[in-house]
Design a protein around this ligand. Structure first.
Ligand SMILES: Cc1ncc(COP(=O)(O)O)c(C=O)c1O
Length: 393
């Protein structure tokens, strides 16, 4: 076998999202001409805001030499200053460019953070249901993923997190707002998590960190902004990107923000810059750094998503689905009628509706609808969701 046994085992495990994505492509080309309702993947079906193209054109037409060279591993100072200013306003904390490392997406930011924090053999807690890549990210750095369960409304269960902390625990990853549930954690929960980790860090040579993986932080529909993990706990790093809030997932532009309240944050930022270099990213894409420096106060059209969230939430609950209320992101995570999520998604698939079973996120009995699709897809699928729940009742 030409590849590592570990990768072979990972690949044999497969990914539900990937499988469904491939199934969607197969159905779309099966010659039947019938529509496919594909809600499996979080790939925004919305073009970036007009400000993006405008900034891009200006930058492309700028002939100042040296724009495409290597820069500091942390990224351009001008971009980090723009990010720091936006974060300072949002969290009322003194972020400076030195607190920011530009990264290759949020995925790059999480990996850079884990590499900077972890020694092999340590543990990282995630909260189920969780973004499926976390296990691979954590194991990339020789650590073990430990799963804490969440409450029935998918809020963090601080008692379960407490029960999962050992003397090897190095960090807790949260995703606020969440993929796959769309739930935004209340500020009291984030404050409570801070209290818990502060208490559990006493007597250790290094504190337990919060890594808030927050690529959906600006996709919030019922309040002006997302609750703040930085305000909940001093030892927090936020890994994020413009994949979702500017609709640029293919451009791979994100950043890591290191809280100025961390004791020794300068050392930590230096370690993440080292990790950016030695993981082979070196720096985030130069052109995109210049573009997003101009777009820190711009977000895709939130109404486009809010309308779909409302339509799906109202219609699914009317049909009898149990749906935890999603305050953000572009996911909704209903309970699978009958309790068997895999059987249920197979039934939907027979009707050309593709959704991801909760099992794929470490929480069976639910399924995820990704609603970053056009309205006609949702409207076309609603009668099929209704028929599916009737068949199961
Ligand atoms: C929770 C979460 N983290 C990270 C990522 C990866 O984001 P990026 O494309 O910016 O690397 C995603 C993408 O779907 C996500 O949902």
């Amino acid at each position: 076998m030409p590849i590592s046994r570990r990768i072979a085992a990972y690949q044999a495990g497969g990914s539900w999202i990937r499988k469904l994505f491939e199934e969607g492509a197969r159905l779309a080309n099966d010659g039947s001409g019938k529509p496919v309702y594909d809600f499996s993947i979080g790939n925004p079906d919305l073009e970036p805001p007009p400000e993006f193209k405008k900034a891009l054109r200006t930058i492309v037409n700028d002939d100042t030499p040296g724009q495409h060279k290597y820069m500091a591993n942390t990224g351009f100072e001008e971009t980090r200053a723009a990010v720091a200013a936006d974060l300072s306003k949002d969290h009322d904390l003194p972020f400076t460019p030195q607190n920011i490392v530009m990264t290759v997406g949020a995925g790059g930011a999480v990996n850079v953070t884990l590499k900077a924090l972890i020694d092999p053999g340590e543990e990282v807690i995630v909260n189920a249901p969780y973004f499926v890549e976390y296990r691979f990210y954590i194991e990339n750095h020789g650590a073990t993923m430990v799963v804490a369960e969440t409450k029935p409304d998918f809020n963090l269960d601080l008692d379960d997190i407490a029960a999962k902390i050992t003397d090897r625990t190095r960090a807790v990853i949260i995703t606020n707002p969440n993929n796959p549930t769309g739930v935004m954690y209340p500020q009291e929960t984030l404050d409570g998590l801070g209290d818990l980790l502060r208490e559990k860090s006493v007597g250790r040579d290094r504190p337990i960190f919060v890594i808030d993986d927050a690529p959906y932080r600006k996709l919030i529909y019922d309040s002006p902004k997302c609750t703040s993990s930085f305000n909940g706990y001093e030892n927090t790093l936020v890994a994020t990107s413009h994949s979702k809030d500017l609709g640029l997932p293919g451009e791979r532009i994100g950043f890591l923000a290191v809280s100025p309240r961390i004791d020794g944050w300068e050392r930590l930022t230096g370690a993440t810059a080292f990790a950016n270099r030695t993981l082979g990213f070196v720096n985030a894409p130069a052109l995109m750094q210049r573009v997003v420096a101009q777009l820190q106060s711009v977000t895709i059209d939130l109404d486009w998503y809010r309308r779909k969230r409302d339509l799906l939430y109202n219609e699914l609950t009317r049909m009898g689905y149990e749906v935890p209320f999603p305050g953000g992101a572009f996911y909704i995570f209903p309970k699978a009628p009958g309790g068997d999520d895999i059987a249920f998604i197979e039934k939907l698939k027979d009707n050309r509706v593709l959704v991801v079973p909760g099992t794929g996120f470490g929480r069976s009995g639910y399924f995820r609808i990704s609603y970053c699709v056009t309205d006609d897809k949702i409207e076309g699928a609603l009668p099929l969701f209704e028929a599916a729940i009737k068949n199961y009742s």
